[in-house]
Design a protein around this ligand. Sequence first.
Ligand code: ZN
Length: 188
Amino acid sequence: MGETLDTCKLLAALKFSADKHRRQKRKDGESPYINHPIDVSEILVRIAGVRDTETIVAALLHDTVEDTHTTEDELTRHFGADICSLVMECTDDKSLPKAERKRLQIVNASHKSPRARLIKIADKICNVLDVSNTPPADWTLERRRDYLNWASQVVAGLRGGNAELDALFDLSLAEAKDKLDAQAASSV
Ligand code: ZN
């Protein structure tokens, strides 16, 4: 693992990802999509202390294949085979039905490489915070609770590589559940 991050490579990945996601918004319908890969990367650097450039480059790119028209070939050409394979470890097979994709995330979590696990936990932290703080308007309390339960099942198979990251997930999940409980109590 390198000691310092390569700013030039990080900015190239950020530029590529921002361009690919340029027409997309987050689930709240307002935030630019690129805020999400930036959040994931920021947590990996600040909380997990990751100083491995390839991990952060892959984090910036982690949703490009799943959510834009970016191809594996394109990623390999721009960023090399290692980063491409890291991104693909974080990519669901969109040809499968959604329920099956969600099931596979739980089943496959513990078979991911150590670097992909870190990216995936940081991704789940960001998604849990988003569902808690800026939930999509049409998500019921029940749907939000189901999401939190599913995320914790996935992370159960991913954890163990970085104590700070695991702790932040646990804290984020606990706070999100408390908030849901409070909202459920006030809505009856
Ligand atoms: Zn993501």
